[in-house]
Design a protein. Structure first.
Length: 332
């Protein structure tokens, strides 16, 4: 099959994905070039495309882990999938740049986690994406679902899916004002940590305290409860201005408390468990100006796994998100 993509004013026909340089940052909704991982994308039809992303050997957030041997971060794969989907929506589905994507759900399954073991060269991730559209009255696009097959170094790793609502930037601002009866605050207006002092980095498998997003947890009725407490100056989590906590911050918080709640205290050692999957559903905006509790039942069993740890996010008296992390090998 001949594949066509647009490169400047002329159409270029080719079949091989390229890893030579990253795509334009605005096409993946990033402010920093350093946070762009997608390098190419080729259309295979009206609702199907392939994409490429380079996985860095070092990164202040995605590769900041205690675990040995080192693997490419599962959330790096998720972010590359988000970027590739966003780029494809603009490049191949012709969505305008003022389109706002609202993450409703995402999931990722790793069938071969050992394919993510880091070698001497950056990882070359290839993504094959199928898009399902949901339209409203008058054929207006309301939502997109991306189903994605993932391969690293031509070795199949697993699959992911992302579901997003689609609206314009102006309609999004109106929606947020209507929901709150006021303009929401922005991350650029916040400082420090909203939930107080963080849990020790090693306990959640991190080297740098800057990448910890939880306050010190407490045990209550068989569950760990911690305050959501990221640093607003972490430019990987807050690459640009947000009027809510983005889905990736909540997903990172779910991973960290899943580590704490696992049978072995997962993040504390180099040979801790391996993430093999996650499922997330986001039902309300995670507002910046009210505390958020992150809650996970403490695991009572042990063994080689895999075990899934459900995590609930509560703001006020409402559940705003539910995320499950599946961990393999929770005991040595």
């Amino acid at each position: 099959m001949t594949l066509t993509t647009e490169a400047g004013p002329e159409a270029v026909t080719r079949t091989e994905l390229r890893f030579a340089r990253t795509v334009e940052r605005h096409l993946v909704h990033r402010a920093s070039v350093a946070e762009v991982f997608v390098t190419d994308s080729l259309s295979e039809g009206p609702d199907r495309f392939r994409a490429a992303a380079q996985l860095p050997l070092t990164h202040g957030y995605y590769q900041d882990h205690l675990q040995v041997p080192a693997r490419f971060d599962v959330l790096l794969l998720l972010e590359a999938t988000r970027q590739a989907s966003t780029h494809g929506a603009h490049q191949h589905l012709a969505l305008p740049l003022n389109a706002t994507f609202l993450v409703n759900a995402w999931s990722l399954r790793l069938d071969d986690p050992d394919a993510l073991l880091i070698g001497e060269r950056p990882g070359e991730l290839k993504l094959t994406e199928t898009v399902t559209r949901t339209e409203g009255r008058g054929g207006r696009l309301r939502a997109l679902r991306f189903d994605v097959e993932l391969a690293v170094r031509e070795r199949r790793v697993g699959h992911a899916h992302i579901e997003v609502g689609v609206t314009t930037s102006e309609d999004y601002r109106k929606l947020r004002f209507m929901q709150r009866r006021s303009d929401p605050p922005l991350t650029s207006q916040r400082s420090g940590r909203p939930g107080g002092a963080p849990v020790d980095a090693a306990r959640v498998g991190r080297l740098s305290p800057a990448n910890v997003v939880l306050g010190e947890p407490v045990l209550r009725d068989g569950s760990l409860t911690a305050a959501l407490s990221p640093r607003f100056d972490n430019r990987s989590l807050f690459d640009h201005d947000y009027d809510h906590y983005p889905a990736m911050v909540l997903t990172e918080a779910a991973r960290q408390i899943a580590f704490l709640a696992s049978a072995a205290g997962a993040g504390t050692s180099a040979d801790g468990p391996v993430v093999t999957g996650l499922d997330a559903r986001f039902v309300r905006y995670a507002e910046l100006d009210a505390p958020i509790e992150v809650i996970a039942p403490v695991a009572t069993g042990s063994g080689p796994g895999p075990l899934t740890h459900p995590v609930t996010f509560v703001q006020g008296d409402q559940t705003i998100a539910e995320i499950g992390f599946t961990l393999r090998g929770e005991t040595a």
